[in-house]
Design a protein around this ligand. Structure first.
Ligand code: C2E
Ligand code: MG
Ligand code: MG
Ligand code: MG
Length: 284
């Protein structure tokens, strides 16, 4: 390297960083407007019971329909929202919107299913979280036993707080699941002591379950542990029939993934819901 080249190299790097910072600022501005302008919507992905092959729930997944950039996935804006605190109003909007949607479906005569909503660690740390959720339940008429909150293992970092908050949430009557299970800081000891209903096995393990012996061992291990702790278990990211067969063999109750359906807007989810209603009616 010559000195000049190095300096040029550095300059290029610096310009790129400035661009990134600028982009971030622009995105932050857009985000705040997006909520007011109604640019967010929720996509729903079915949760399927493997034994009966029926729809048992829906996970609400946030989407941002940006006027110039098109539909932006959560991985591109949720980290920023968590950083700047915008996840608090946004997460509350998600909860309310998802409950309203579920109540519209119920009002149209669809049978009850579980509504799964992702909760950010920042929402979990809000001391008045339970009151906020209680308000949403009261306003929408949603019954707590059909609402499932997905939290990640990161909440276990503060055991005393997590225990108290989870107990409050249980009193409210909602269900709790641990999302992306196996990827985070996890203490099996607290897993048993926390009032948790379900483990969702991260799709990173499910992906290669047929070809990677280690992943197969992890998935079957988590599944067996969940059974013994009397927790439900859901496999995420199921993409093919072989994976379904493998999971059935483990007596894994539930699955979610592209094999069944991608997350779809509410208008499309109705069709999946309809098929389920017809199946139920013809079954009994
Ligand atoms: P997650 O909660 O683990 O959600 C599952 C993600 O896996 C979704 O990505 C879904 O589209 C994707 N997925 C489902 N089935 C398959 C499959 O078969 N193959 C593959 N490759 N992917 C599959 P999405 O919608 O992009 O969301 C990413 C993450 O963003 C979510 O992961 C969740 O942690 C977060 N997120 C989404 N919506 C919200 C929200 O309303 N609030 C918060 N706090 N986080 C959210
Ligand atoms: Mg989730
Ligand atoms: Mg999640
Ligand atoms: Mg997950």
């Amino acid at each position: 390297y010559s000195a000049k080249e190095t300096r040029n190299g550095w300059k290029r790097y610096e310009t790129r960083m400035n661009l990134k910072a600028k982009e971030k600022l622009l995105l932050e501005n857009d985000l705040r407007m997006a909520l007011e302008l109604g640019q967010f919507y929720l996509a729903y992905q079915p949760l399927v019971d493997l034994q009966s092959d029926t729809l048992v729930g829906a996970e609400a997944l946030l989407r941002w329909k940006h006027p110039q950039k098109g539909v932006i996935p959560p991985s591109e804006f949720i980290p920023l929202c968590e950083e700047n605190g915008f996840i608090l109003p946004l997460g509350e909007w998600v909860l309310r919107n998802a409950c309203e949607q579920m109540m519209r479906w119920r009002g149209a005569g669809f049978p009850p299913i579980i509504l799964s909503v992702n909760l950010s660690i920042r929402q979990f740390r809000q001391h008045d979280l339970c009151a906020r959720i209680a308000n949403i339940l009261a306003d929408t008429g949603m019954q707590p036993q059909w609402l499932e909150l997905e939290i990640t293992e990161s909440i276990m970092a503060d055991v005393a707080y997590a225990t108290a908050m989870l107990e409050q949430l249980k009193k409210l009557g909602v269900r709790i699941s641990i999302d992306d299970f196996g990827t985070g800081y996890s203490s099996l000891y607290y897993l048993k002591r926390f009032p948790i209903d379900k483990l969702k096995i991260d799709r990173a393990f499910v992906n290669d379950v047929l070809t990677d012996r280690n992943d197969a061992a992890i998935v079957s291990g988590i599944s067996a542990m969940a059974h013994n702790l009397e927790l439900k278990v859901t496999a995420e990211g199921v993409e093919n029939e072989g994976q379904v067969a493998f999971l059935k063999g483990l007596k894994c109750q539930e699955a979610q993934g592209y094999f069944f359906s991608r997350p779809v807007p509410p208008e499309e989810f109705v069709a999946l819901y309809e098929t389920h209603r017809n199946k139920k009616e013809s079954a009994g």
